[in-house]
Design a binder for this molecule. Sequence first.
Ligand SMILES: Cc1cc2nc3c(=O)[nH]c(=O)nc-3n(C[C@H](O)[C@H](O)[C@H](O)COP(=O)(O)OP(=O)(O)OC[C@H]3O[C@@H](n4cnc5c(N)ncnc54)[C@H](O)[C@@H]3O)c2cc1C
Length: 463
Amino acid sequence: MKVLDELKTIVGSGNWTDDAGELEPNLREWRDMWVGRTPLMVSPDSTEKVAAVVRACNESRTAIVPQGGNTGLCGGAIPDNSGEQILLSLSKMNRVRSISPNDHSISVDAGCTLASIQSAASDADRFFPLSLAAEGSCQIGGNLSTNAGGINVLRYGTARSLALGLEVVLPDGSIWNGLRSLRKDTSGYDLKQFFIGAEGTLGVITAANLRLFPTIKNSQTALIAINSPSAAVDMYATLRENLGDQVQAFELIPHLAMKFVQEHIPSCSIPGIEPSEWYVLMESSDLGNDEMLLRELSSQIESGLATDAVLAKNRSESASLWRIRHSISEAQKREGASLKHDVAVPIGSVGSFIRKAVAAVEEYLPGIRPVPFGHIGDGNIHFNLSQPEELQPETFYQQREALASIVYDIVVDHAGTISAEHGIGQAKKEHLLHYRGDLEVGLMRAIKDTLDPNNIMNPGKLL
Ligand SMILES: Cc1cc2nc3c(=O)[nH]c(=O)nc-3n(C[C@H](O)[C@H](O)[C@H](O)COP(=O)(O)OP(=O)(O)OC[C@H]3O[C@@H](n4cnc5c(N)ncnc54)[C@H](O)[C@@H]3O)c2cc1C
């Protein structure tokens, strides 16, 4: 491929590699579910270089796969097996461009890790609320491209609602400077929204202006034992009524997830709480002190929705509780093969969805171990399935499509979506076509064809 030398010259020495050993981690999805090939990974360190790379690829009709932290869980950042797709890493674009505490906004390169943005905001006595277990590695460009959610969505929204403006290199190599910091703007189509959640199929996000919020003065974290997911939904409704937007996170954790964490993650300790099939980890903020939440929790126990509760006494206890939640994916990975379905249904349907989906997958594959956990306050459940203990991982993975169809049919019956966080990538392309219908997918294709007529941006993903 002639273009390879041109790309190396554009990014300069030290900013590209074709070494198989160096490339290996970038060609592998987090769970090893997808492994790809590439002749070259370029890591440009400026928007202009990204633009020159994309222009050269467009002229030579060479496919580009943008990659952030490579923590995505649907194969979106992994090239295919042709060995002809260029990997474009954003990792060298990692500067905080500016921060404006009075505007409550920050301007960052797309390759900044999520944790580095949280920390820059905190240094300026501001809060950037996007938070997820992969925050030490995932990048804001990847977060925006997947419209990432995480634990604080119910109060602050997804990545989409945190973006004020974007800078994007378009598939022809031109640079769209939409780096505005406006809270209101009704001048035509909101173009940035096309690129958010586009999984790199419409262009390369090179920078973002993001919303910041006042620092949280105090917060309360509680682990609550509950009877069922439906009880969690009822409790969430009552707490929102009584505490309003002070309820910041509300996460469902099944007993099996606790068990996996206890067995596989030695740094996590499970607090003394009455054993239960289900738990909720909740966080409230700026209530002043713990009294109000304690009163609420007592009345939840009296009403029978909750059976026990533990309130963190300090930051370190709160961090230990959150470590349990953030370790679930890692613990489940160590437990063996797992299949993920990051689905969402209307909040009120969460209980019914989990009940029906658990029964259906257990009937299809006896011994399967469902681990439905996650963001109950957003109706977004990670309906994860661990392999039956006796089964070989390969045999379990052969059931991937059949199990996905079982779960997604029930999701759609509950007026839900087949992807609420991780995106479509390679994993759910066929399902998107099936469940979204011709008109909606046709509109998506029309946007893709208009912006990327040569289909160089992450081909084979999403559509
Ligand atoms: C342990 C664990 C926990 C997780 N928890 C959550 C969670 O709670 N909520 C959640 O939403 N997700 C979660 N994820 C999934 C993942 O972290 C998110 O999807 C994240 O937003 C991906 O960011 P990334 O930088 O790693 O992107 P990558 O994986 O590198 O890429 C993801 C997609 O975005 C594209 N892309 C990346 N950067 C750019 C760019 N600059 N311009 C254009 N396209 C780009 C890629 O081509 C790919 O299609 C979790 C993952 C792990 C491993």
